[in-house]
Design a protein around this ligand. Structure first.
Ligand code: ZN
Length: 227
């Protein structure tokens, strides 16, 4: 295993991930400063979209976790960070609408979302044992542990792969709904929503590439150990 291989499979995805994170932060910062003409906050946007879709059993809640916005399908909660919940910026309504996109997927039994929910427990288990498995495998040169590590990374990779259609679909729904309901105006406002949501989508692509890189690297490392 040479350094070039390590750089290509681990280093490049890591750099890509950091760059994607940076792009999300900068897009959020830029569009957090631009209010929408309608003056609606993220929370009001979410309530309107959910009501429009006839979803009455999802609660919109404020959470104290910057950019930790998410839809919780098991608790039927739409969790918005403080900036998004109270903010009436292009970024706030864009992110709120994206999370509503997940609630809509849940309502209509969107296949990839269901699949993603089903593999969450396996994914959590895999990521919890992974550090010990990898450390043990390389320290004690136990091929069995490395094989277990490969299985863990395979689960993580599949999870990140299934996440892609879920996230892209939620953003596409959000963009269309915001326009249709007149919450965001075409032109600058719609362009800002695109910028924020497209930057966020890129972080999911980066997470998938990183999981794939780790998986390939570990498979190569095991073959190297066996020789
Ligand atoms: Zn999402």
């Amino acid at each position: 295993m040479n350094f070039e291989t390590y750089l290509l499979l681990i280093g490049v995805p890591l750099a890509f991930g950091l760059w994607a994170q940076f792009r999300v932060s900068s897009a959020f910062k830029t569009w957090k400063a631009v209010p929408v003409a309608t003056g609606l906050t993220g929370a009001q946007t979410a309530s309107r979209i959910l009501a429009d879709a006839g979803i009455a059993d999802v609660r919109v809640e404020e959470i104290n976790d910057m950019l930790g916005d998410h839809y919780d399908p098991s608790g039927k909660r739409l969790c918005l960070s403080t900036d998004v919940y109270h903010g009436n910026s292009v970024a706030s309504v864009g992110i709120a609408a994206h999370e509503c996109g997940h609630a809509l997927q849940h309502q209509m039994n969107y296949g990839p979302l269901n699949l993603r929910m089903q593999i969450v427990p396996a994914t959590q288990f895999a990521s919890q044992i992974l550090p010990f498995v990898i450390l043990g495998g390389f320290f004690f040169h136990m091929t069995g542990l490395i094989t277990l590590g490969i299985a863990c990374y395979a689960i993580l990779m599949v999870f990140q792969l299934v996440t892609l259609p879920v996230e892209f679909d939620a953003s596409n729904r959000a963009k269309a709904i915001l326009q249709r309901m007149g919450i965001v105006r075409s032109g600058e406002e719609a362009g800002g929503v695109d910028a924020v949501l497209d930057a966020a989508a890129l972080t999911y692509v980066a997470a998938f590439v990183a999981a794939l890189g780790n998986l390939i690297y570990l498979i190569m490392a095991r073959n190297h150990e066996e020789r």
